[in-house]
Design a protein around this ligand. Structure first.
Ligand code: AFD
Ligand code: MN
Ligand code: MN
Length: 424
């Protein structure tokens, strides 16, 4: 299914007047309005190929119907999202779930939808059919050299697929760790992992980066070999300038101060970027902004402050991606909500009066500092985002249009009720 420009225009037309009123109201008080609208229009968030179908838990999985059956259909789905919101202009592939049969044809198809290929992801957390060695006791950390070799070669292979597609980064998320005390020598596991990563690093093309993602627990419950930002930073630092730490919001222990982590990683020029999601307990992979939107705003506030302090390009210098799973919602609707939540947090952060905040900090005016942050956070920035979106050719209300056009029903008709997308 493809969304026509006409369908979007027809949807926008009747609501434009009301939008204009709301937009004028908020626009009046913003001095650098045009620059902010441009930043919002430029900001693109990559969609992970594994988030386009229904997720599940270890207890069960409830398919929603019309899920993409192959890579082409995954690209089509992200194309739909991008047509609606003009903010989802990239897809992130997971190998071997998404090995492109014909890389040229796939890049052409993606370009037709206005999509680029974001970081490619390796998978050494599952055993694939016919695989020689098992990852049951880890991959890059494994005590057996032949298992490590297999995992290294897989990552090198993933880089090759990425090169064919025009990706510029490899994301390594390791399930490696241990489930019980005594199972693993922490230091040796770290060193073996580092050596394996060094081999992968050596295979990176000149203009590539490697993102080392950390996670506090699961699937290993006693220790994770890349368990927190400190460990990821250690690897990234030892590997070299092309290695960075990737922050997945759900991969922290409860109440972690993620915004502080982000600030310090940026200070060290070691922040790769994000996997956005939200959580109540841990790696819940819920819709971005559905549980704690204030935290998301505080993170964006640090991001904007840190990127501006370093003269970075907000849209392109860090990797922005969603990493969520949808158990009860339509995946595409959920992703539209996630993108909207990200744009809201970003826009609010752009509204923070940084000069006044700095003055308040320098004067130890704690009350004023909070007032400044919350003034931005409590601004309804939705008309700003909508304005940036329609200027780029997107829908005024992406979710409503998705529903009005009965997109899911159409996808079910095209693909069938019982389709299963590859992924978790
Ligand atoms: C994991 C990690 C990581 C990984 C993904 C696989 O967040 O990003 O690639 O899920 O589906 O929890
Ligand atoms: Mn992740
Ligand atoms: Mn995760």
């Amino acid at each position: 299914m493809k969304l026509t420009k006409q369908a979007i225009a027809d949807h926008n037309q009747p609501a434009l007047k009301a939008h204009q009123k709301q937009f004028d109201y908020i626009a009046e008080g913003i001095p650098d309005l045009q620059a902010i609208l441009q930043k919002l229009a430029d900001f693109q968030v990559a969609i992970p190929s594994w988030a386009l179908g229904s997720g599940g838990t270890r207890f069960g999985r409830f398919a929603g119907g019309g899920e993409p059956r192959n890579l082409e259909e995954k690209i089509e789905d992200v194309g739909l999202l991008h047509a609606l919101n003009q903010s989802s202009g990239a897809i992130s592939l997971h190998i071997p779930w998404d090995i492109p049969g014909d890389a040229n044809a796939i890049t052409t198809l993606a370009a037709m939808h206005g999509l680029k290929f974001d970081a490619v992801n390796s998978n050494t957390f599952q055993d694939q059919q016919g695989q020689e060695n098992s990852y049951k006791f880890g991959s890059l950390q494994h005590v057996d050299k032949s298992v490590r070799r297999q995992a290294i070669e897989h990552n090198v292979e993933v880089i090759k697929h990425g090169v064919d597609l025009g990706s510029k980064a490899l994301t390594v998320w390791l399930a490696d760790g241990s489930c019980f005390p005594g199972q693993l020598n922490f230091r040796k596991a770290f060193q073996r992992t580092l050596e394996s990563l060094q081999e992968i690093y050596a295979a990176l093309p000149e203009d590539w980066k490697v993102f080392v993602e950390y996670k506090a627990f699961e699937p290993n419950f006693y220790s994770m070999t890349v368990g927190d930002w400190g460990q990821s930073y250690l690897y990234a630092n030892k590997l070299g300038p092309k290695a960075y730490t990737l922050v997945d919001l759900g991969h922290h222990l409860p109440n972690a101060n993620i915004e502080q982590i982000v600030s310090l990683l940026m200070m060290e020029n070691k922040l790769a970027g994000f996997h956005f999601n939200d959580s109540k307990y841990g790696d819940d992979d819920l819709t971005v902004g559905s549980i704690n939107p204030y935290q998301l705003f505080l993170i964006f506030n640090e991001l904007v402050e840190g990127m501006d302090a370093r003269g970075m390009n907000h849209a392109t210098d860090l990797g922005w991606m969603i990493d969520a799973s949808h158990n009860v919602k339509d995946p595409l609707e959920d992703l539209l909500q996630s993108i909207e939540a990200i744009m809201i947090a970003y826009a609010q952060a752009l509204l923070v009066n940084s000069k006044e905040l700095k003055a308040a900090q320098d004067n130890n005016d704690v009350v004023k500092a909070q007032e400044i942050l919350q003034a931005a956070y409590r601004t309804d920035v939705r008309p700003l985002i909508a304005e940036a979106r329609i200027r780029s050719g997107g829908a005024l209300q992406p979710l409503s249009l998705f529903r009005n056009l009965k997109v899911r029903g159409e996808l079910i008709r095209e693909r069938g009720k019982v389709t299963v997308a590859t992924g978790l």
